[in-house]
Design a protein around this ligand. Structure first.
Ligand SMILES: [Zn+2]
Length: 419
């Protein structure tokens, strides 16, 4: 078995790993470069990159596996040549489908609105291209095969690509239904971690899974996002506890968080419950992901991943003003939140900033997405409460000691990062 890391050895994100035998090959992730990490390319350049990777080293049996639904792992899926099978977890596909369907609806509405106005200007052609992009993504997504998460106490089943066997294993990351992989061929065994951590609610299965299945591993390919940081990451439970304690002190609490991060949403919900503040959302994306998480995970998690938020509308304003609330919001709801916040007393209103702080602290990130900083600056009372979606250095060390591979390859890391 041969391995080539096309991207990811010296950058966080944009991961593409190819593994092949004489007759078969698989790719783990075909991701887009993250803003500020690696070269930013145009869609045309990205398409050419994927084309050139797939044009060389061709094999009879070929497939792509996606570890999870973040752009830097799945972002280039529309460029994969026809005839190459693509696989992702059920949850990954549903989350992407929710995202693109909402974008498609929004673009359709905007095109309709702009058609009522005379003239074909820049705004109109932008809306048309957004519509075409979302439509294209949904069409491609429909052709992707899914695997189901292995139910508790059952053996995970491999997916066979020629003479390569790929077995996905559920793990904890800052997006739902993320997976690691065991790749077997030619009597060799490779373990690819994808992005992972132990300090999430779903992270307690990490070491039991590795001890049971990551045995006799020849090569361990692990992410190393946090290699340059010495500090230990706090558990999601601690995130929740910190949130609950600040929520007590403010009547109106907004929490900036990701709609696809089931564990963070649970941490927020638990905190809101203990602070006795009704949980609200004001975006359709957040509403739909919460519905999906509840449907899939409520029972198995004994209610931890059960969400019944109020969907905010102006009609609810009076009631919520009286009672107080916790509202989970994403960066795209900036205008909506500004409007609502202006009707509330400043001294009783708090923003819990619960995403990566680099989005508002690093100039290159602010240049690309200024909304995080705008959110942060919009509130007089702000507190950062967050923990990483990635394994800290101590966990990476423990993973290597547990797996005891013959070789380790670090990907998804900064160029000069070392263990
Ligand atoms: Zn990720």
């Amino acid at each position: 078995m041969n391995i080539k890391v096309h991207r990811g050895l010296d950058q966080i994100g944009g991961c593409i790993t190819e593994i092949w035998t004489t007759t078969s090959r698989v790719f783990i992730d075909v991701g887009r470069n993250l803003p500020g990490c690696g070269e930013l390319s145009t869609p045309k350049e990205e398409e050419q990159l994927v084309e050139s990777i797939f044009a060389s080293n061709k094999k009879k049996y070929e497939a792509v596996f996606y570890s999870h639904g973040h752009e830097d792992h799945v972002g280039l899926f529309t460029y994969i040549p026809k005839g190459v099978d693509q696989h992702m977890s059920e949850g990954t596909k549903v989350l992407l489908d929710i995202k693109y369907s909402i974008l498609l609806d929004a673009a359709c509405k905007q095109v309709e609105e702009l058609q009522k106005i005379d003239g074909y200007d820049e705004e109109y052609s932008l809306a048309m291209s957004q519509l075409a992009d979302a439509d294209n993504k949904i069409k491609h997504l429909n052709h992707i095969d899914i695997w189901q998460r292995t139910p508790p106490r059952q053996e995970p089943k491999p997916i066979v690509v020629g003479d390569i066997k790929v077995t996905p294993f559920f793990n904890s990351h800052s997006i739902y239904d993320s997976h690691m992989f065991l790749i077997e061929a030619d009597g060799k065994r490779i373990w690819h971690t994808g992005d992972y951590r132990e300090h999430g609610y779903m992270g307690k299965g990490l070491f039991p899974t590795l001890r049971k299945y990551a045995t006799d591993i020849d090569v361990l390919i692990t992410e190393g996002t946090m290699l340059k940081r010495e500090d230990k990451c706090i558990h999601e439970r601690e995130v929740s506890r910190k949130m609950a304690s600040v929520m007590q002190a403010f009547k109106y609490v907004f929490v900036l968080a990701s709609a696809t991060d089931i564990e963070r949403l649970a941490a927020i919900k638990e905190a809101a419950n203990s602070a006795k503040k009704p949980l609200c959302v004001c975006s359709l994306f957040m509403k739909k992901t919460m519905e999906f998480f509840t449907e899939k995970e409520s029972k198995l998690s004994k209610g931890l991943f059960s969400f019944v938020p109020l969907f905010y509308s102006d009609k609810l304003f009076g009631k919520l003003k009286r009672k107080g609330f916790t509202m989970v919001v994403g960066p795209s709801q900036l205008d909506r939140v500004l409007e609502l916040k202006d009707k509330l007393p400043e001294e009783e209103t708090l923003l819990i900033y619960s995403v990566w702080n680099g989005y508002y602290k690093l100039q290159e990130q602010i240049d690309i997405t200024p909304k995080y900083l705008q959110f942060h600056d919009m509130f007089q009372n702000v507190v950062d409460i967050h923990t990483s979606g990635h394994a800290d250095k101590a966990t990476i060390k423990k993973v290597i000691e547990t797996v005891k591979p013959k070789e380790v390859i670090f990907i998804h890391k900064e160029a000069d990062a070392k263990l």
